[in-house]
Unconditional design. Structure first.
Ligand code: C2E
Ligand code: CA
Ligand code: CA
Ligand code: CA
Length: 285
């Protein structure tokens, strides 16, 4: 029995060891991935859930790993955040997302679709062109260079990031917002949402987490919670985007609550740049 215990421990230790080795390898591969051009963006339509019309696209990064194939951002974003690589990666994402949005504007002058970009806390502390340049300034320069109106960019941040902020991030968000860029709280509802702090934050949009949407059709309680959030958002003049809508039942309940925008597999999975362009083209015709 003693040996069995030891054996278990050894197995535990070696699996722990291999997890560390795995992360280490992932990190080394990530370091090369930008230079290798191994990242790409996919774009998930954000639509009017009542009429299905496209309002924007969320840019979601993909990593085409030389041996593992497509690696999910759920696996590598945290590694990139720990190593600091999220700064150049996040810059790459923003630049390419803005370029895509600028391109769509040229192709479809009538529809001003926006692009929504996920931003990590660490990016605010990154060094951009010079030590003096803030993240906000850098973002504004990028959209200006591409000729994208500030209102066509939505920056998504998680609520934990905003809650742990000492004021620096909030100040930069306020700077972006003053220039016309919109700010969203991502995964809204999963953190320690004290609804009262919403009034104080420079925020325009709440992205209601998928975990809420998943249960609105089956739980009266969850339905009531989402209904309350939608009403509160209206009072605070915040727009809601419902995430992860997969069924018509979910969509219909959200429409009935007065939630206007959403994304999810019911409408479309994230699309390649070409497919997203095609999606817009079909809508215009
Ligand atoms: P997120 O920002 O909450 O993005 C939504 C995720 O839900 C995406 O996963 C999307 O593909 C998935 N999704 C959308 N609709 C549905 C649906 O109806 N059902 C289900 N089951 N899933 C749906 P993805 O692309 O794997 O991204 C995972 C997370 O990785 C993102 O969650 C975001 O936190 C992070 N991420 C992705 N791209 C970036 C990036 O460029 N920068 C940063 N910092 N994080 C990123
Ligand atoms: Ca997001
Ligand atoms: Ca989200
Ligand atoms: Ca669902």
């Amino acid at each position: 029995a003693k040996d069995a215990g030891k054996d278990r421990w050894r197995r535990y230790e070696s699996s722990l060891h291999s997890a560390v080795v795995e992360r280490h390898k992932l990190r080394a591969d990530l370091d090369r991935a930008i230079a290798d051009g191994a990242f790409l963006l996919h774009f998930q339509p954000i639509v009017g859930i009542g009429d299905g019309r496209t309002h924007g696209f969320e840019a979601l990064v993909r990593w085409n790993h030389p041996t593992r194939g497509m690696v999910s951002p759920a696996e590598f974003i945290s590694v990139a955040e720990e190593s600091g690589l999220i700064v150049p990666l996040g810059a790459w994402v923003l630049r390419n997302a803005v370029e895509a949005a600028a391109q769509w504007r040229l192709l479809h002058p009538g529809e001003d679709v926006y692009v929504s970009v996920n931003v990590s806390a660490r990016q605010f502390r990154g060094q951009f062109k010079g030590p003096e340049q803030s993240f906000a300034r850098w973002v504004l320069d990028e959209i200006d260079r591409m000729g994208l109106p500030p209102a066509s960019l939505l920056v998504e941040m998680t609520e934990s990031l905003l809650l742990h902020d000492d004021g620096e991030v909030t100040a930069e968000l306020a700077e972006l917002r003053a220039a016309g860029v919109r700010i969203a709280i991502d995964d809204f509802g999963t953190g320690f949402s004290s609804l009262s702090y919403l009034r104080r934050l420079p925020v325009d949009v709440l992205k209601l987490d998928k975990s809420f949407i998943d249960t609105i059709a089956s739980s009266a309680e969850q339905h009531a919670v989402v209904d309350m959030i939608v009403q509160l958002a209206a009072i605070l003049q915040l727009q809601i985007v419902a995430e992860g809508i997969e069924t018509e039942a979910e969509r219909d309940l959200l429409v009935a609550m007065g939630c206007h925008l959403g994304q999810g597999y019911l409408f479309s999975r994230p699309l390649s740049y070409g497919d997203a362009s095609q999606w817009l083209l079909e809508e215009a015709s």
